[in-house]
Design a protein around this ligand. Structure first.
Ligand SMILES: Cc1ncc(C[n+]2csc(CCOP(=O)(O)OP(=O)(O)O)c2C)c(N)n1
Ligand SMILES: [Mg+2]
Length: 670
């Protein structure tokens, strides 16, 4: 059943003209600054496309949301962005919307519903769908506009997001600004099908092509689109046919375009067309229009003059706001308390995980689980088994096989106020979502200077030892730690699995929570009383005086087995479970190594670039004087993971390899 939503009244024509003129004047002035070398980085002018931005935003409320592109100044101004703060951002000043951290391609103003411009072509589309999911789940009548270019319509992200928005009927208007070009590539050379708009047909959603240089047509189509969206409860795809009047970016001289094209489109300049239409229709006088132009020119000039007085960004701000909730190194760790009889139950790792999820979901409606085959099937490793009956399909959502979409919608919905718990079926598949995870989730808080948070947890199983072969066995935990902005947690025991997941579910940062296939059915004591284990605290799971074994996840099991064997030979190994890779508890490992004077790292990620190298470097920095043996590493060999058990064993860590490596280290000690 549809509903009629009263749209906000349209701004008067002179106001629309003023907005278009503001964008034109802003872009013109700042492009000059950019070409003169006074702005850092690049510059993408939206001159020629003002009617799309202004026409689309004309029917939005402040609480409606916009997600933009690398060519986003116009969208920002049309959504109500402040000229001075936008300009200041382009100059790299702290007064800018992103305090100089974002620059021209990464600005946000959530207070005015502008949820970020984005330097990744197509990257904002799943984010917009996720924001729409949050609006829908919160029963808000708002809409999201997702702006993107013709080039972005060829990204997988576009297709995954459109499909997901269509199946869940999300309130998002996808607006493709087809400006004829993706850098130097003409649309027709790289785009199949009758039109980009027609791609909507494939997803069964409403679609329409429109003249993107005709402000009134854009206003009308977007207004109709929003109304349709509310009536049909379905997303809409609009293709605005327009033209990029300037070069792609600062350095582009447009040498690949012919003069005919230039003069044809120059005659269709959207600002001049609207100006003429207002005059011809007696809706504004020359005097009124000129007065608007003078007023805007003065405003741009005032902002410009003010920007010249601003000081450069202070270097000490460069490393601030990387994380929305900081690491708490001295937080109390309840898991250090030994459990007494009656205080715990023996539980499997998977059960402990499910308990943490259930406890969060029972307390707070914002949590929902989101992933492939997590409903009836319970997920590939059955962590969500049995939950569907209790929580229903609203709180447990089976998704298409669309990893980029899964993570992207988690990102957007987390930004919109939800608490998504995403599941990636095998960690290997997370690579399909790296863009959303590492370019978006991990960076948004920082690049928008703390204005946006992405509190999501992505759970995923890693690991070999099961013969699944190269695409279903990898440990990518170390790989994820190379980029700041994202927590990486790798629990070993069922107690930690529950206590760490409980903490992660309350984190304000994005988290990748890495489980291990070989641990799901392993049992251990889990306290009846819920506990939250702080992130970034390694755990000494076996004390010893002769050497430190630093491990995580399933490698802790192997390290303990190795320690047992070594003990028979009189070598007492201390086993330290890192538990988290970000934050990384270098201190506990260094202190342990300082006591034992020797260290072997044990990881299942590949040797080269693994976390063992990072720990080795840190320990020699922190405890060099105490060591009297070389730090050695046990890791997966630098080959893809083979399937046959004999081959897999040959390249993955084992207790025997750990024992041999320990002996080698101790022999060198002499
Ligand atoms: C994922 C990704 N690939 C490539 C680029 C480099 N790049 C920047 S803009 C652009 C063209 C985008 O074309 P379109 O989506 O039509 O937007 P327009 O520049 O025309 O506004 C490219 C290839 C990028 N920023 N991100
Ligand atoms: Mg384009």
């Amino acid at each position: 059943m549809g509903r009629t939503v009263i749209l906000p009244p349209l701004p008067p024509p002179l106001r629309l003209f003023e907005r278009m003129y503001t964008i034109r004047a802003f872009e013109t002035r700042m492009e000059g600054e950019s070409k003169a070398g006074r702005l850092p980085g690049t510059f993408h002018s939206s001159v020629g496309q003002e009617a799309v931005a202004v026409g689309a935003c004309a029917s939005l409320r402040e609480t409606d949301l916009v997600v933009s592109t690398h060519r986003g100044h116009g969208h920002f101004l049309a959504k109500g962005g402040d000229v001075f703060r936008l300009m200041a951002e382009l100059y790299g000043r702290e007064e800018g919307y992103s305090a100089g951290k974002g620059g021209t391609q990464h600005m946000a103003g959530p207070k005015i519903g502008f949820m970020g411009s984005n330097g990744i072509t197509g990257g904002g589309i799943p984010v917009a769908a996720g924001l729409a999911l949050s609006l829908k789940r919160q029963n808000r009548e708002n809409v999201v506009i997702s702006f993107f270019g013709d080039g972005a319509a060829n990204q997988g992200a576009f297709h995954e997001a459109l499909n997901m928005a269509a199946i869940w009927k999300l309130p998002v208007i996808f607006i493709c600004e087809n400006n004829g070009w993706g850098m130097s590539t003409p649309v027709k050379d790289v785009t199949s099908g009758p039109s980009i708009a027609h791609r909507g047909e494939a997803y069964g959603i409403l679609y329409q092509r429109m003249d993107g240089n005709d402000l009134e047509e854009v206003v009308e189509q977007v207004r109709a689109g929003i109304q349709m969206l509310h009536n049909e409860h379905a997303p809409v795809l609009l293709e605005a046919v327009t033209w990029r009047a300037r070069g792609h970016s600062r350095s582009d001289q447009n040498l690949y375009r012919d003069k005919d094209e230039e003069s044809r489109w120059a005659a269709r300049d959207p600002l001049a067309l609207y100006r003429k239409r207002l005059l011809d229709g007696n809706r504004a006088t020359e005097k009124e229009l000129a007065a608007v132009e003078r007023k805007v020119d003065a405003e741009i000039d005032a902002a410009f003059q003010r920007c010249q007085t601003l000081k450069p960004a202070r270097p000490e701000t460069a490393a601030t706001k990387v994380y929305a909730s900081p690491e708490v190194p001295d937080a109390e760790d309840p898991s250090q308390r030994p459990l007494k009889e009656g205080e715990f139950e023996e539980k499997a790792y998977w059960e402990a995980l499910q308990e943490a999820i259930r406890e969060a979901m029972d307390k707070d409606e914002r949590y929902f689980c989101f992933g492939e085959d997590i409903c009836e099937y319970g997920g590939c490793f059955k962590v969500t088994r049995g939950m569907l009956e209790h929580y229903g399909r609203e709180r447990l959502v089976n998704t298409p096989v669309s990893e980029e979409g899964i993570v992207g919608l988690c990102v957007g919905s987390a930004m919109g106020g939800l608490r998504p718990i995403g599941e990636i079926m095998f960690m290997d598949f997370i690579m399909l979502a790296f863009d959303q995870l590492l370019n978006h989730a991990a960076k948004f808080h920082y690049i928008y200077d703390g204005q946006i948070k992405v509190p999501m947890v992505i759970r995923t199983p890693m690991g070999g030892y099961r013969g699944y072969g190269a695409t279903h066995s990898q440990c990518l935990d170390a790989l994820l730690t190379h980029l700041p902005g994202i927590r990486v947690v790798t629990p070993w025991s069922p107690r930690d699995a529950k206590g760490l997941l409980a903490t992660c579910l309350e984190e304000e940062n994005p988290v990748v929570f890495v489980e291990h296939k070989a641990l799901y059915i392993a049992k251990g004591p889990v306290p009846k009383q819920s506990e939250k284990i702080p992130l970034g605290k390694a755990n000494i799971v076996r004390p010893g005086r002769d050497i430190t074994l630093c491990a995580n996840s399933y490698m802790v099991t192997l390290a303990l087995q190795a320690a047992e064997q070594l003990a028979k030979e009189g070598i007492e190994a201390e086993v330290v479970d890192l538990r988290c890779l970000n934050p990384l508890d270098r201190k506990t490992v260094a202190e342990s190594a300082a006591r034992t004077q020797a260290l072997v790292t044990v990881e299942e990620s590949h040797l080269t670039g693994g976390w063992g190298a990072e720990i080795a470097a840190s320990v020699q920095e922190l405890a060099f004087g105490y060591l009297d043996a070389p730090i050695l590493r046990v890791a997966a060999a630098d080959v893809p993971i083979p399937s046959a058990p004999e081959l897999e064993r040959a390249i993955l860590p084992s207790a025997e390899k750990i024992v041999a490596t320990v002996k080698k280290a101790l022999e060198a000690r002499g």
